[in-house]
Write a protein that binds this ligand. Structure first.
Ligand code: SF4
Ligand code: SF4
Ligand code: SF4
Length: 309
């Protein structure tokens, strides 16, 4: 397809007399093209990876696109997207159509659900949940599914596999953190001189009281390090869980999200909670405010009730 036809297909307008209008720059920004401040008509294309993991085939297409339409360079962003560098305005429509042919999306800008950020919890030694799978579901249901929904501000979601918080989930509008929930079988506890559970606990939440193991729930972060550590099987029963923090942000203003007063026990529950949060933000947020501001204005218990209820 020639370049003029490609502009028509995407509803964009070509440059006139070598100059771009603000409307043209804004239009391509909405499609994931951020202007390189050093040049009037050169952009970086933000390629969406879904959950931060891409195949070699996808990689090859991205690199081919960078050669054909950009400056043969790609840059990795802090939020798991890949930027094709140095794309001239005249090449933007052709690049979008070329990537589309291979089911690769550009985007991730504006007051919408932003690309989800995931840690490698699926394969990480400490991972307690399948972060890649959950992140892909979030990507499909909310990044793609809610793309047409304009929100009061950007809405960032991150998924971390355990309380080590490598992707800093609680600095996002919604942060999901893998948990392991224990039901210690105290009857099996023998009150050993040297307790293997106590030794394994990095939070110092486990200790012996009257020769029986006790977990201080206010200190335990459900990291799961004590799982199966007891030689007498007192810590062999556990289930997967998800903590959700809401209202975190990092940028001009910073603040950690607040955990919802419940540990979620299935992916479905988590996805439904995320959806309720997005809908609440869409319907009750005021244009220009981040989710943290909405929560502050409406009150945490009101928002939390709406998400959990
Ligand atoms: S947050 Fe936990 S699971 Fe994810 S990469 Fe870090 S240590 Fe691994
Ligand atoms: S929890 Fe297990 S290791 Fe710890 S004192 Fe009880 S029996 Fe011993
Ligand atoms: S889950 Fe983690 S913090 Fe809680 S008792 Fe076990 S090791 Fe300690």
């Amino acid at each position: 397809m020639d370049k003029i036809k490609a502009f028509e297909v995407l509803g964009l307008t070509p440059m006139i007399d070598g100059k771009l209008t603000n409307e043209q720059i804004t239009a391509v920004k909405g499609l994931g093209f951020l202007r390189d401040k050093r040049f009037p008509d050169v952009f970086n294309a933000r390629v969406i990876t879904g959950n931060g993991k891409i195949t070699t085939d996808t990689n090859r297409i991205i690199l081919e696109a960078a050669d054909k339409f950009g400056s043969s360079e790609v840059a990795f962003t802090s939020r798991m997207t890949v930027e094709i560098q140095g794309v001239k305005y005249e090449n933007i429509p052709s690049l979008i159509l070329f990537l589309k042919e291979h089911n690769i999306e550009v985007g991730g800008t504006g007051p919408r659900v932003r690309p989800v950020v995931s840690c490698k919890g699926t394969t990480c030694h400490f991972g307690l949940i399948d972060t890649f799978s959950l992140s892909m579901k979030i990507h499909e249901r909310f990044y793609l599914g809610y793309h047409g929904e304009v929100l009061p501000h950007k809405f960032k979601i991150a998924v971390g596999g355990c309380p080590n918080n490598c992707v800093k989930p609680d600095l996002n509008d919604i942060g999901i953190i893998g948990q392991r929930i224990f039901t210690p079988d105290k009857d099996k506890c023998k009150g050993c001189k040297k307790c293997a559970v106590e030794e394994a606990c990095p939070m110092k939440a486990a200790s012996l009281k009257d020769s029986k193991i006790e977990i201080d729930a206010s200190v335990c972060n459900n990291c799961g390090r004590c799982y199966k550590k007891c030689p007498f099987g007192a810590f062999d029963v556990a289930s997967e869980g998800y903590k959700i923090c809401i209202g975190g942000r990092w940028g001009k203003k910073t603040g950690r999200g607040t955990p919802l007063p419940k540990i979620f026990t299935s992916e479905d529950e988590v996805l439904n909670a995320v959806e309720k949060a997005i809908i609440l933000f869409r319907d009750e947020g005021i244009k220009g405010e981040r989710f943290a501001d909405t929560i502050e204005r409406l009150g945490f218990s009101y928002v939390s009730e709406k998400i959990i209820g």
